[in-house]
Design a protein around this ligand. Structure first.
Ligand SMILES: [Zn+2]
Length: 54
């Protein structure tokens, strides 16, 4: 069952990375509650990932 916030399109987006896609195009966002992928590609703030992928 979906969270009411998801039903009104207020998803809780989390940044993920597709290991099969190299570079920033492999970054995407998915909802932590319902698992829906965010449509389209949005570049996350660079400082958000500082040191994480190295
Ligand atoms: Zn959701």
């Amino acid at each position: 069952m979906r969270d009411i916030r998801c039903l009104i399109r207020r998803h809780r987006w989390e940044s993920r990375h597709n290991p099969e896609v190299e570079g920033p195009k492999g970054d995407y966002q998915t909802c932590a509650r319902c698992g829906e992928d965010k449509a389209g590609y949005e570049a996350p703030p660079k400082n958000m990932y500082r040191g994480v992928w190295g």
